[in-house]
Design a protein around this ligand. Structure first.
Ligand SMILES: *Cc1c(COP(=O)(O)O)cnc(C)c1O
Length: 387
């Protein structure tokens, strides 16, 4: 049987895969079973921050593998402690809980808000408000947090205690807050799966203010937008706000599974012994990988991410068949006249891997993708989008 046939027979049918078997990758290029080369503008959905097989990243992983690969959280390890320190020093947050995915990082944020609010305001104060069109993960609780009804249909009953509002509608949020039952708000500064839709900057700042005024938590989902993706270390840094809690995952460890929930001053001591846990969370190999990624995301590097955004925008804006570009840094959504899926298929045939998000062609290339590859790929996208 071919790999395609084996996969279809034995892997649960939750993924509609592209007809490509990837066998290797180097930098921002990947190669299929027939040796065909593709330019990778998806990075495994914003995961391989420095591309495939980056030598510094690989060495950090190998060095840790030579030491010890897993210990459980019953013991101390250096990569876990040092990564927590680095995350806090770079963000002004106070404590970190490590897990293995974005959904788990959000679960932890939700648990932190529930516990904090119950202790401070009583058990009726337990609502988590999210935005319509948001995406927060696939576990039952993060699905409940996700403000898109079509994700909910198959899995009733959902976890109670979630309400979603329209991003931009501060009155709706204020009305909920006035009930005294809101523990926290969870939002993506740029909705990724929702179609690369930035929230209005003014709204983000207003929510931050309201959180102080009404004493609920401001929680930001940085699973996709985090770790340099938008041209700042974390997307909330664009807005002059400081969240009480934020979650991240995807690009954090550059291709190994790691989630992190960062707790600010108001909640730094919300968890005590036994209140939460994860067997794999804070795994030393994953943390060593993340230390390698994070230590390279300094200001000169982030300036290069912003320069690459400029380059892409320059190459694609006003091209025939392209109606507009949304997003920030190297998280961009391209609205095409043709259906996005058609454009992405045409790009694949020409050797360029892109993603979709709702009605957009979504680009999430490695943060260090060479300009030459971006120019080559942009020419293919222009051609594919042409009407
Ligand atoms: C991908 C994503 C998640 C879920 O992350 P997993 O690692 O797939 O659990 C949550 N929130 C946002 C904003 C995401 O983009």
């Amino acid at each position: 049987m071919s790999i395609t046939e084996l996969d279809s027979r034995y892997v649960a049918g939750t993924y509609k895969r592209f007809p490509v078997e990837i066998v290797s990758g180097k930098g921002s290029e990947v190669f299929d079973a027939a040796g065909r080369r593709y330019i990778d503008l998806g990075s495994g959905i914003a995961v391989t921050s420095f591309g495939h097989g980056d030598s510094l990243w690989k060495q950090a992983v190998i060095d840790q593998l030579d030491q010890v690969q897993h210990t459980s959280n019953l013991y101390y390890t250096s990569p876990c402690a040092r990564l927590a320190e680095m995350l806090c020093q770079k963000t002004g947050m106070k404590k970190v809980f490590f897990s293995n995915s974005g959904a788990e990082a959000n679960e932890c944020a939700i648990k932190a808000a529930r516990k904090w609010a119950a202790e401070k305001h009583g058990p009726d104060c337990h609502l988590i408000v999210t935005m319509n069109n948001s995406f927060h993960g696939r576990t039952l609780t993060t699905l409940s947090a996700t403000g898109q009804a079509h994700y909910h249909e198959l899995y009733q009953p959902l976890t109670p205690g979630f309400v979603s509002v329209d991003a931009g509608d501060l009155d709706a949020l204020r009305a909920l807050a006035d009930s005294g039952r809101v523990a926290g708000v969870l939002l993506e500064c740029i909705q990724g799966e929702g179609g690369v839709v930035p929230l209005p900057a003014e709204y983000i700042r207003d929510v931050a203010k309201l959180a102080r005024e009404k004493d609920f938590l401001l929680m930001v989902d940085e699973v996709q937008t985090g770790n340099g993706r938008t041209g700042e270390l974390y997307a909330w840094m664009h807005y002059g706000i400081h969240p009480d809690v934020f979650s991240t995952a995807k690009g954090l460890a550059g291709g190994l599974p790691l989630g992190a929930t960062l707790l600010g001053e108001r909640v730094e001591n919300v968890f005590g012994f036994g209140d939460h846990g994860s067997t794999f969370g804070g795994n030393p190999v994953c943390c060593a990988a993340a230390l390698s990624v994070l230590s390279r995301l300094d200001e000169p590097f982030l300036a290069q991410v912003r320069a690459k955004e400029k380059l892409i925008r320059g190459l694609l804006t006003d091209a025939p068949g392209i109606e507009g570009i949304t997003g920030l840094g190297l998280m961009l959504g391209i609205k095409t006249v043709k259906p996005a899926g058609e454009v992405v298929s045409a790009c694949l045939e020409k050797g360029v891997l892109c993603l979709t998000a709702k009605d957009k062609v979504r680009l999430l290339p490695a943060l260090n993708i060479p300009d030459g590859l971006l120019m080559e790929a942009a020419a293919v996208i222009r051609e594919a989008a042409r009407i």
